[in-house]
Design a protein around this ligand. Structure first.
Ligand SMILES: *Cc1c(COP(=O)(O)O)cnc(C)c1O
Length: 401
């Protein structure tokens, strides 16, 4: 029976997954390192939790079902998933990457990948001709984030697939920002999909998790071998938390997107706001491509304000929205990419991407949207009204006017 996405989020999805003891509806947490053998050569199907674990198995089957993957490997974090994928490549291999990747991915590529002899080029992958121009004889993969982080650029995945085919490259897509609920890159030809499960999939800002989803069996076998060797696996308890989070993925994504659209429009009307980057706004340059390849725009909004001072004050004065890194959870979070997620990205690259002191990123949660608007509104308005928070010099300057 072919159940729809919403159903697959909250029900056990495949017959492969065993019945749980006592008919438990929620998957038990198999908090065990190892599994007894009934006799010589008689494995229960699980031998050691670094290799496989029943709680993690169910999570992996669920994510495979949502992404349309042949296999999924649940990792200890999104970065553990990225690091597992790097293990596939030999010395000398080159990758063409989206230029505004998650900062941690840029860091692992330079701090770990380059030391191991891998090479990386960064281009605006929204422009197919730039991607093609960056391909070299030793290029082995395209590494794409769409929407990208934090400037929300959209890359045409079908165009990337045709380049990947022409030049015999792996197409790797970090699908964290839209989740499989809105976008399934494997259906569009991706070989590997990476997730920070910490974000929308787990969805409650309470656990780290990561996934590598594969589109074919041979690739899955290579990854499984590396996975048990390196030890990237997600713990049974965190697997349980992530599975629990996924049960409500569909309803959360819908509500968060609804809130994001209202907030994006509201931000546009604010005097101190200069630019709003939200893929759901028809004026967004990637709007049409995103509509063709996904089922939604998600709930990540970046925006710029008039001055760095305004940006800093918003961060200091929000009361409900939490000033914290991360995204995708039920609580709305606001971050300062320049100092947080992208602090390891070289300054000239940040400047080129527009990640300045006036640039803020908002992950919209499931709160009542009017409460979010009221919070941002008071944080922006507070500027003139709260002279006691100003430094002495600023106060004097004001008095002089
Ligand atoms: C957060 C994030 C990661 C890293 O995931 P962790 O779970 O924090 O290790 C990778 N890619 C993207 C797009 C992310 O947002």
């Amino acid at each position: 029976m072919d159940y729809r996405m919403e159903t697959r989020c909250c029900h056990k999805v495949t017959e492969i997954v065993e019945e749980h003891p006592f008919g438990a509806v929620s998957v038990p947490i198999y908090q065990t390192a190892t599994f007894a053998h009934r006799g010589i050569g008689e494995s229960t199907g699980h031998d050691y939790s670094r290799v496989s674990n029943p709680t993690r198995d169910e999570l992996e089957h669920t994510v495979s079902s949502l992404e349309g993957a042949v296999d999924t490997l649940a990792c200890a974090s999104g970065m553990a998933a990225v690091s597992l994928v790097l293990e596939l490549f030999e010395k000398g291999a080159h990758m063409v990457c989206s230029e505004d990747l998650y900062g941690g991915s840029v860091r692992i590529f330079s701090a770990v990948g380059e030391r191991r002899g891998l090479q990386f080029s960064y281009v605006n992958t929204a422009d197919e001709t730039l991607v093609e121009a960056a391909i070299r004889p030793e290029t082995k993969a395209l590494y794409i984030e769409t929407p990208s982080n934090p400037t929300m650029q959209i890359t045409d995945l079908r165009a990337m697939k045709s380049l990947a085919d022409r030049y015999h490259l792996f197409l790797i897509v970090d699908n964290t920002f839209l989740s499989p609920y809105f976008q399934r890159p494997i259906e569009l030809g991706a070989d590997l999909v990476i997730h920070s499960g910490t974000k929308y999939l787990a969805g409650h800002n309470d656990t780290l998790a990561g996934f590598v989803c594969t589109s074919d069996k041979e690739l899955s076998e290579r990854l499984r071998y590396l996975y048990k060797t390196v030890g990237n696996g997600l713990s049974p308890f965190d697997s349980y938390l992530t599975l629990r989070g996924i049960k409500t993925l569909a309803v959360r994504m819908e509500r968060q997107q609804e809130n994001a659209m209202v907030l994006a429009k509201w931000l546009k009307s604010q005097e101190k706001v200069r630019q709003v980057f939200y893929v759901g706004l028809p004026e967004h340059p990637g709007y049409e491509v995103n509509q063709r390849q996904s089922d939604g725009a998600g709930s990540m909004i970046s925006f710029t304000v008039d001055t760095e001072e305004t940006a800093r004050r918003i961060l200091e004065r929000v009361k409900l929205i939490v000033y914290a890194e991360s995204l995708g959870g039920v609580e709305s979070l606001i971050t300062y990419p320049m100092l947080q997620t992208h602090s390891d990205v070289p300054e000239e690259v940040r400047e080129h991407l527009g990640i300045t002191g006036c640039f803020l990123r908002l992950s919209v949660g499931i709160e009542h949207v009017e409460d979010l608007i009221a919070d941002l509104s008071q944080a922006m308005e507070a500027m003139e009204e709260r002279p006691e928070r100003m430094t002495k010099a600023e106060g004097e300057e004001k008095n002089n006017v």
